[in-house]
Design a protein around this ligand. Structure first.
Ligand SMILES: C[S@@+](CC[C@H](N)C(=O)[O-])C[C@H]1O[C@@H](n2cnc3c(N)ncnc32)[C@H](O)[C@@H]1O
Length: 279
């Protein structure tokens, strides 16, 4: 999704008590950021303009919500939406937090100490090109990051049938259990389904909504996840490159290194391939 630059977004986010401006410094401390740290902790990845999370947090004061997005413009809109939703409900936004994050770096920000109870992925970018599929938020390399911190289930919605079917394979090959799946969520829409901005838009276009609930492998919680962005890893790879060239690396290491380079480029170009132009 493209969104125009909003010069008010960063200052507003910085001044907001429920927008956390340095997600990395809060690793392992997320629960303490909420008024009731003991409540179930739910995380939405790629929250966009926050239509879903602002409604969910108002409807469920008994749960804590963290919404993450790579774009400050998106988060700025989400912040305003959240303020409005809570003002209408006559409540303080004490069970919602927003933060900027590239989900590629998820495991640097959410750790087993944060004990996530549920992850939501709503209408993530489908990245249909073969060379871009590793950027999908449901790709196995991301699932490994989520599984290390997730005590409960992951809920995934998309209009994109190819992405959905390939994601079913990703989950299965990564050892996740598919607890529920449907290729047409609205055929018998659950009363508690909260529609996102994209869900409404794709539904209006006549597209069917795919939905699944999956559970990570039981032994994955707390398993260390390689951090390709850690300064020491980057330094080591650079010195290996310098000393020996890429030829000494195993196929797996070569692939990791390639991904690191692609990841660095990703943030700058992540708008490419996004399906919508928005103002
Ligand atoms: C298609 S929009 C969906 C927004 C919203 N979830 C909805 O359903 O309406 C995808 C969102 O994911 C965000 N996004 C894409 N790649 C991301 C990444 N690597 N890390 C964090 N957010 C990302 C985009 O900025 C965008 O807001």
């Amino acid at each position: 999704m493209r969104i125009r630059f909003k010069k008010w977004a960063r200052p507003e986010l910085a001044a907001s008590p429920f927008c956390m401006d340095d997600a990395f410094s809060l690793a392992g401390k997320w629960r303490a950021q909420f008024a009731k740290p003991e409540q179930p902790f739910y995380v939405e990845l790629g929250c966009g303009k926050g239509g879903w999370v602002s409604q969910a947090a108002v409807l469920h004061p008994e749960c804590n919500y963290l919404a993450l997005d790579i774009k400050s413009e998106m988060l700025g809109v989400a912040k305003r939406k959240t303020e409005q939703a809570f003002a209408e409900a006559g409540r303080e936004p004490d069970n919602i937090r927003l933060s900027i994050l590239n989900i590629e770096r998820f495991s640097e920000v959410l750790t087993p100490a944060d004990a996530v109870d549920r992850i939501y992925i709503n209408f993530c970018n489908p990245w249909p090109k073969e060379g871009h599929k590793k950027r999908r938020l449901t790709h196995p390399r991301q699932l490994r990051q989520y599984a290390a911190v997730l005590r409960g289930e992951l809920h995934f919605k998309t209009d994109d049938r190819d992405l959905f079917e390939e994601s079913l394979e990703y989950f299965t090959e990564s050892g996740w259990e598919i607890l529920h799946k449907t290729f047409d969520l609205h055929a018998d829409e659950p009363a508690d389904n909260i529609r996102t901005e994209h869900e409404n838009m794709f539904t209006d276009m006549g597209k069917k909504i795919n939905f699944l609930i999956a559970k990570p492998p039981a032994d994955a919680f707390g398993k260390p996840v390689p951090n390709l962005h850690a300064p020491e890893t980057v330094k080591l790879l650079r010195s290996l490159e310098k000393q020996h060239g890429i030829g000494i690396l195993t196929d797996e290491e070569f692939e990791r290194q390639k991904q690191r380079i692609l990841n660095n480029a990703q943030e700058a170009e992540h708008d490419e391939g996004m399906e919508l132009e928005e103002s």
